[in-house]
Design a binder for this molecule. Structure first.
Ligand code: BTN
Length: 240
């Protein structure tokens, strides 16, 4: 991985994700990062609003992996692992961090960070732009969510957290390139939320209940249904 990070920092934007897309259309290169003190129209997964006031981390970065869409999904696990390792140094003993499929970070069972993946395909069906947006609740969190500062005894600075996070993303991209997705999956599974427990997965047309058995080689969730069938879920919402 030979790109360098270039950081375009703003006081306030509608959405770092939207701005990054505009920059990519204008020819921005892999490694372009857009960050902001706050967002006025932050976007979450599945069309949800992401509240991003000042003091939280709001950032998006551009990769140009030229891979298949299935492989692109693996980057969300890679980024979750990189972010999780970044958060480790801030979290006081006694608090528990988990990774919730597909890419949330929970502390003490409450969401602290979310990852949004969007992409553009080339005419050949390859990912020519992968937009990865990351929000971390540092100083502020909506009700029943976790703010990192609440579980940390040190002052958490969004800019220092971002610098360490970018370093870790490169580290895990290198691991991914050298050893493949299985090495990322292994690290992700160490902190998987509700692994081997019963979960519910909400799909567009139905809700499935079963035991969370793990991830397949692309990162799809493997759910053992009551009738013994192993169901593979590649998109959905896990809830309890
Ligand atoms: C989720 O729903 O969990 C994903 C949340 C992603 C939020 C981040 S904040 C920075 C970037 N800009 C956005 O508008 N969204 C992402």
């Amino acid at each position: 991985m030979t790109f360098n990070w270039t950081i375009d920092h703003h006081a306030c934007v509608e959405s770092t994700q939207t701005l990054l897309k505009e920059k990519a259309k204008g020819g921005a290169q892999e490694g372009c990062v857009v960050s902001a003190e706050k967002q006025t129209a932050g976007r979450g997964r599945q069309g949800k609003v992401w509240i991003a006031p000042e003091g939280n981390l709001s950032m998006s970065f551009l990769l140009r992996p030229h891979c298949s869409p299935a492989q692109a999904g693996q980057y969300s696990f890679l980024v979750a692992v990189a972010l999780s390792k970044t958060l480790d140094k801030y979290i006081e003993k006694g608090h528990v961090k988990h990774l919730k499929w597909p890419n949330d970070i929970l502390i003490d069972g409450q969401k602290c960070a979310g990852i949004l993946l969007e992409s553009d395909l080339s005419d050949e069906g390859k990912i020519e732009a992968l937009y990865i947006g990351v929000g971390v609740n540092i100083l502020h969190a909506p009700p029943e969510r976790c703010a990192l500062q609440e579980v940390s005894s040190q002052e958490v600075s969004a800019s220092l957290l971002l610098a360490k996070f970018l370093e870790n993303i490169k580290k895990y991209i290198n691991l991914y390139k050298e050893n493949g997705f299985l090495s990322i999956r292994e690290i992700w599974m160490e902190e998987a939320y509700k692994l081997k427990e019963e979960i519910k997965v909400r799909l567009p047309d139905k809700t499935l209940t079963g035991v969370f058995e793990g991830l397949d080689e692309d990162g799809a969730l493997l759910l053992r249904l009551d009738n013994g069938v192993l169901e593979r879920v590649s998109a959905g919402e896990v809830y309890f």
